[in-house]
Design a protein. Structure first.
Length: 48
């Protein structure tokens, strides 16, 4: 995971994709912007 570059004057968005392009079908992408102190027990990174 890349380090955060949070600044009071800027917005940072996380982005992820799923799919293999034309080989296996369409690719889906998503981005989300949450408050810096946002925590939810069911929301986490899928990679260690």
């Amino acid at each position: 995971m890349l380090p955060s570059f949070y600044q009071e004057t800027g917005i940072e968005a996380g982005c992820d994709e799923a799919g293999r392009g034309c080989y296996a079908g369409p690719v889906f992408a998503a981005a989300v912007i949450l408050p810096r102190d946002f925590h939810h027990p069911l929301l986490n990174d899928s990679k260690p």
